[in-house]
Design a protein around this ligand. Structure first.
Ligand code: CP
Length: 315
């Protein structure tokens, strides 16, 4: 069964960012998959992922149907061998097989709970869809991975880099509530796949999983990390060690003009949505070095490329 769940799955489709640039440059709207249906299953809100995935599908002639699980449909049970006498009337075993009868490919968004480290790390929701679906599954952001975002990010870096091997900084930034690790994890994995020169900077209490950051420098002083950087990728994540805890450092980690001036006139990146003047100041976001809108645009091309590859492989 073909699937796209983690950045590593790109290898199965012989996808690299250079091929994606060629695909984007030759992209056209066609009806090549006009009999295909893409089901979009959302456990969490979305603006970019929902619309860019629908746009990508439209560009290929694919029809989409979607459901917001926690609002429109039955709550799903993911545990095996339990008496279902609680608030979840439908098991994923039935639900995934039923959805597979209506769809040729299924996209799933299911964020981390940040309450149960074990089930989050097992990525239980998306992997249960993979296990019980009869059609390919793609990841629209799961507990630990957001591979379509990182593919669009890598494309954005390649398109905008003035250098062959730019210096990229993934910087932690503040937030009002604990956020999952999926975007940061996938960005790091993508940098590894692309052989990008990446350094991570975050408060000491906010190190990501060592399994993910292995091989990359992690610096706890943001100003030192920013020196001579070509790209600053900002993101908040909660503590991994003290799982799901909101970290509030004493000094400011908000990205502002003063910090950007330490860089090599770096571009600013963020997956969006971004909280202005918390993650990053208005001045940085309103500058010509802001690439966040380009990143969001590239989500369509990254997703279209993956859908095309998967459906071609299914023939
Ligand atoms: N970046 C991203 O995935 O945006 P949405 O949460 O709006 O889909």
């Amino acid at each position: 069964m073909k699937k796209f769940i983690y950045s590593e799955d790109l290898i199965d489709y012989d996808i690299n960012v250079s091929n994606l640039i060629k695909y984007k440059n030759n992209v056209n709207i066609s009806n090549k998959y006009q009999n295909k249906v893409l089901g979009l299953i959302f456990f969490n809100p979305s603006l970019r992922t929902r619309l860019s995935t629908q746009k990508a599908a439209l560009n290929l002639g694919i029809k989409t149907i979607s459901i917001n699980v926690n609002k429109d449909s039955w709550q799903l049970e993911f545990e095996d061998n339990i008496v279902m006498n609680g608030d979840k009337p439908e098991h994923i075993k039935e639900a995934a097989q039923v959805i597979s009868q209506y769809c040729d490919i299924i996209g799933v968004r299911s964020f981390a709970s940040l309450e149960n480290k074990k089930t989050d790390l097992e990525d239980i929701i998306i992997n249960s869809f993979v296990k019980y679906s009869k059609v390919p599954v793609i990841n629209l952001e799961s507990a630990i991975s957001h591979p379509l975002q990182s593919l669009a990010d890598a494309l954005t870096i390649k398109e905008n880099s003035k250098f062959k091997n730019p210096k990229i900084i993934l910087s932690w930034a503040p937030h009002i509530k604990p956020l999952p690790h999926a975007v940061a994890n996938s960005f790091i994995k993508m940098c590894r796949l692309c052989n990008f020169d990446l350094t991570i900077t975050n408060p000491k209490e906010c190190n990501l999983s060592k399994e993910i950051t292995n091989g990359f420098d992690v610096i706890h002083d943001q100003n030192t990390a920013f020196k001579n950087a070509d790209f600053i990728y900002a993101k908040n994540w909660s503590s991994f060690e003290n799982y799901g805890k909101l970290i509030k450092p004493k000094n400011s980690w908000t990205i502002d003009t003063e910090k950007m001036e330490l860089t090599n006139n770096a571009y600013f990146m963020h997956c969006l949505p971004v909280r202005r003047n918390l993650i990053v100041t208005d001045h940085v976001l309103d500058s010509k070095n802001n690439l966040t809108i380009n990143q969001a645009n590239n989500r369509t091309f990254a997703t279209q490329y993956i859908l095309d590859k998967i459906l071609k492989n299914e023939k």
